[in-house]
Design a protein around this ligand. Sequence first.
Ligand code: NAD
Length: 468
Amino acid sequence: MNHVRQLIGGTWTEGGSGRTLTVFDPSTGAPVSTVPVSSDADVTAAVRTARHTAPGWAATSPGDRAAALRAAAADVERATGELAALMHAEMGKPAGEAADSIAAGVGTLRQYAELGPVHRGRALAGDDSAIDLMAYGPRGVVAVITPWNDPVAVACGLLGAALVTGNTVVHKPSERTPATGHRLAELLAPHFPDGVLSLVNGDGPVGAALAASEVDVVAHVGSTATGRSIAAACAETGAKALLENGGSDPLIVDAGVDPAWAAAQAATGAFANSGQICVAVERIYVHRDVADAFLTALADEATAWTARIGPLVDTRLRDGVHAQVSTAIEAGARPLAGGTIPDGPGAFYPATVLAGCTDEMSVMRDETFGPVAPVMVVASFEEALKRAADSPYGLAATVLTPSMGHAQRAWRELPAGTVKVNAVFGGAPGGAAHPRRGSGQGFGYGPELLDEMTATKAVHIEAPPSGW
Ligand code: NAD
């Protein structure tokens, strides 16, 4: 059993709230981790230590900070097997996929180690006798609040960018993957002076206490509801809210595509990581010309995916996913695959295909975060585009089409941070996007995250008057 502790000012201790959380293996239902939850006083102490440590860390050279990050990345890489086993035990991701996502996290740490020292300000064209600059500096103390669905990679991005730019950090990992977060902190923290990276543990109330504390930035990756409450807390304190939140990404399947290929794309988008990806395909609009063949192929894909996907993170999420599916079926959706809770231990849920879905159904409108592909047949590309755009979210969208004109319209017109054409996943390194609507605000990744983690100062310097 993993026992999770907090780190404040370089010292590992038990969280002091008196509450304990237990995490259960979603494959077997067996307990895997216990978490003594941090108290409000622990959160305050962590933030105070981070504040106290901030000026010293800000004064170190970017090169030294990058060297520390690079060394930390090497330690995380060496611990890949161990971290992957923790992830698998706590949130069910198959170990091989978990290792891939840890490799992505290590890559991100290394990327920020390279980019940090070359992140720079500007010299301005002022008077010849003066010096005018826009200089970047760290914002101060950054609260990093992360989810469970990709716990190492997401944390590495925010922690790496915050630390290399000279901020101190208090991290609160998800209560569903606390031992994974704990081990990551054990690997990272020794590379930085005491108090530069602290760790507090627990669930929503601990995150809320951290978000309401005297920090300069709250960087949150998680659900839209949480993001909104963090934005409200930041409005009270004046901290900057950086939010990467939920999505309900549409997939448009246009006339003229190969239905079998489109079904394979749709299945990858909807079922990978058991649908627990922020940019998973959450709703599908298929042109009537290809709908029958597409639906038949998608149902076959679902059967194949069910045999290889891991469980959902826990039965709480599974209950939510199944409630959306059941409500849709009651309202007239037709299950072509899956849709029932299997017998046996754990939180498994089959890859599910629902035909005949409508805009009003929660499974089309809200985020599902499970292996569910709800499908609506449309009469035209125009109709698909209109329905895809009509969403309270704006994270990402995909269009499968042989038409260059439709591809152009899709990326220009869809109100989402990322638009992909003819591939549900993919994109060049260095890409970064602004999520729209309920999906968040700010750059949560990519080189631009360094801008978010720093504040710009305009500087004007004149020579002292002659004769002094
Ligand atoms: P969540 O918001 O419930 O939890 C995320 C973190 O926020 C956890 O550490 C949690 O303890 C904390 N938290 C919960 N309530 C809080 C509160 N009131 N104040 C402060 N902190 C609080 O989200 P989750 O269920 O862990 O993660 C799944 C969600 O994350 C999905 O909606 C998914 O789309 C989203 N996500 C988004 C991205 C992205 O890049 N946009 C990436 C991964 C996951």
